[in-house]
Design a protein around this ligand. Structure first.
Ligand code: UDP
Ligand code: MG
Length: 336
């Protein structure tokens, strides 16, 4: 009935267009030529039986192999496959961001192209989300990656992220996640912040659920990351923690430290002045003098940093629309 009344008011050209997608699948792709045919096959095989209109947004993150050519051929025969091609490699986070910017569905699903995630997990995750969650995050309970350089750092990082962000998940790094569209549309992504989306989204007050999902060893191609990712994730964690708690009031944080430090340093200097001028003792070789001077200097620096932080915060909240990627071409760009 609804479709009938909608069709009646729409111009004829629009009535031929496919129905607005309910689901948008976002897939970042960097040199995954061997996986792409299977990815497309397995995604459609998992999504078709759900009977919901969907779109698959593949973001070719500057691949140097045949990934784009393969996606191009698939997109010609299937209008539900949309392809965004970056000018160069901007990183997985930018890939997600481009997909989120274009997603038209009510729900957005992120999944890796390498088939380490199983598209067959999507229907159950969506059902869970529809029961009243804004984010359903996959948990690779039986993760198929090497222990020492992949799983161990990941366990430690997950514990730290959980502790620092207050959003408690077992597995932040799993790409397979389902989001309510508003959640990802309201987030500014940059750096390698994609694994913190649930934490950043918690600021919006979202309900987050976690679900065990399948995980397979990578069959084709190579992982794009090594052990160095661990440090980058830890640094990002500090950023997120700061953004979550103090981003709008840097002066409160740095200023407080600065005031305390200068105040204590100032008292010590007064005491030293008393020792020198009244008690007429030598203070030139006292470690306390060094400590007092340092504290005053550090205090002034912190106050300055707080002020700079305040200025930068204002710039940050004003200049939000800077893109973190550059698009070379788009296939099946859709209308919305
Ligand atoms: N990826 C990307 N841009 C990059 C690095 C990775 O789009 O700069 C994609 C990659 O093609 C894959 C996903 O991000 O679909 C996850 O990458 P990978 O499998 O290498 O990570 P891992 O599973 O080893 O953590
Ligand atoms: Mg992978």
């Amino acid at each position: 009935m609804t479709t009938y009344s909608l069709a009646a008011v729409e111009p004829p050209a629009a009535s031929k267009a496919p129905p607005a997608p309910y689901l948008s699948i976002v897939v970042p792709i960097y040199n995954e030529e061997e996986s792409i045919p299977y990815l497309y096959e397995r995604l459609t095989a998992a999504l078709d039986p759900m009977g919901r209109p969907y779109e698959i947004i593949c973001v070719d993150d500057g691949s140097r192999d045949r990934s784009f050519a393969l996606l191009h051929d698939l997109a010609v025969s299937d209008g539900r496959l949309r392809v965004v091609r970056f000018r160069r490699n901007f990183g997985q986070t930018a890939g997600f961001a481009a997909g989120f910017d274009r997603a038209r569905g009510e729900w957005v699903v992120t999944i890796d192209a390498d088939l380490q995630n199983d598209p067959n997990d999507i229907p159950a995750m969506l059902t869970k989300a529809e029961q009243g969650f804004d984010v359903v995050s996959g948990w690779r309970a039986r993760r198929q990656d090497a222990f020492i350089n992949r799983r161990l750092p990941s366990i430690i990082a997950n514990r730290m992220i959980s502790w620092a962000t207050g959003v408690h998940l077992h597995d932040y790094g799993c790409s397979l996640k389902v989001y309510r569209a508003e959640v990802v549309k309201n987030i500014d992504l940059y750096g390698e912040l994609h694994r913190f989306i649930p934490a950043i989204a918690s600021w919006q007050g979202v309900a987050v659920a976690e679900m065990p999902v399948n995980h397979e060893a990578r069959k084709y191609g190579k992982s794009k990351y090594g052990i160095s990712r661990t440090t980058r994730v830890l640094l990002d964690l500090i950023t997120v923690r700061f953004l979550l708690s103090y981003s709008t009031r840097p002066m409160q944080v740095f200023g407080a430290i600065g005031l305390i430090s200068s105040f204590v340093g100032g008292l010590l200097l007064l005491y030293l002045a008393y020792v020198r001028l009244v008690m007429l003792q030598n203070i030139g070789d006292r470690p306390l003098l060094l400590a007092a001077v340092l504290m005053v200097l550090i205090g002034v620096q912190f106050l300055g940093m707080g002020l700079l932080g305040e200025l930068i915060t204002r710039v940050y909240y004003e200049g939000r629309d800077r893109p973190i990627y550059v698009v070379r071409e788009e296939l099946n760009p859709g209308t919305g």
